[in-house]
Design a protein around this ligand. Structure first.
Ligand code: NAP
Length: 286
């Protein structure tokens, strides 16, 4: 039987609706949660991501702002803008869209965000809390993968989870989250020797490489759950593709996430979850 498709779009819609309801029930006169996304330069892919986040935030009743800065912005100016938002009591969440143009220091920018407003979970304080097993804000994409598993009633406890990819944004925090949820976790990367031998031992396999078709049926244990985080635009068809070679993976796996419509929509939904949480944690909000 071919793998069941996990409908990330439907789960993300449900989460966004839950958040919209929570916002609509706030006491009269209380301001809604608010998020500001900072975009430096005009990278077209970033512009699409920023717009999607902005639209989703507004549709859920949040206040959403995009701070668009020119690519020529200096490091000093960028840090001052971030710190000003950090001091602003009417801003709950701050997100600096990556990648930054050459010449700007992303680490410094991330560290200028107060950890309590770091809804992208990339500040070393929040990353450290996750590493210590006491997470606060976790990056939205790994959080989305875990939430998909939870909503699909796939319990990672005791399962062998293999994460292919070790980036700060996806692979690393995802491995830690799976560990936090009692999976036995293996992380693979570009230097891993004999990738298929390792991935074939996974009950839950997550591909987060951005290498289309890297994971084939030969990499998958029969009955495994396979989550595809990769998003790449195919230069020939101009369509979005994931890391899975679906025609060979589907006959082997028990469930897979499609691209598009799998993990991608969950990322935006979980960013809203993080922002609502930041709002609730601020003094005077509930
Ligand atoms: P990244 O920083 O480029 O990291 C890619 C990871 O894949 C690296 O750890 C790399 O290993 C590993 N890798 C590359 N080739 C490999 C190979 N042949 N075998 C095993 N591992 C390999 O990318 P990222 O930011 O983590 O994003 C990964 C993918 O997820 C991209 O397609 C991105 O567009 C997508 N993404 C999707 C969402 C979403 O909402 N669904 C959100 C964020 C990112 P090394 O560390 O050894 O180089």
């Amino acid at each position: 039987m071919p793998a069941r498709l996990i409908d990330g779009s439907a789960h993300a819609r449900a989460i966004r609706e839950e958040i919209r309801l929570a916002v609509s029930r706030l006491p009269a006169g209380r301001r809604p949660p608010s998020i500001t996304v900072i975009q430096v330069g005009d990278d077209p892919a970033s512009t699409v991501y920023v717009r999607n986040k902005h639209r989703a935030a507004e549709a859920t009743g949040f206040r959403s702002a995009i701070l668009q800065l020119p690519a020529s912005t200096s490091q000093v100016d960028l840090l001052e803008r971030i710190r000003a938002l950090g001091r602003d009591p009417d801003v709950d969440g701050i997100l600096v869209q990556m990648p930054l143009p050459d010449g700007l220091d992303a680490n410094e920018a991330l560290e200028a965000i107060p950890p309590s407003k770091d809804v992208d979970g990339l500040h070393p304080y929040n990353a450290g809390r996750l590493a210590q097993g006491n997470p606060t804000f976790v990056p939205a994409t790994p959080l989305g993968v875990l939430e998909l598993l939870r909503r699909e009633r796939i319990d990672p406890t005791g399962r062998h989870a293999v994460v292919v990819g070790r980036s700060r944004l996806v692979g690393r925090p995802l491995a830690l989250l799976l560990l936090q949820n009692h999976a036995t976790v293996t992380i693979c990367h570009s230097q891993t020797v004999d990738l298929p031998a390792i991935t074939r031992t996974a009950d839950i396999l997550v591909a987060a490489t951005g290498r289309p078709g890297l994971i084939t049926g030969d990499h998958v244990k029969p009955g495994a759950v396979v989550m595809d985080v990769g998003i790449t635009r195919d230069p020939v068809t101009n369509r979005l593709v994931g890391d899975l070679e679906r025609p060979t993976v589907d006959p082997v796996a028990s469930a897979v996430t499609p691209v598009p419509g799998g993990v991608g929509p969950m990322t935006v939904a979980m960013l809203l979850v993080n922002t609502l949480r930041a709002y609730r944690q601020r003094p005077g909000q509930a």
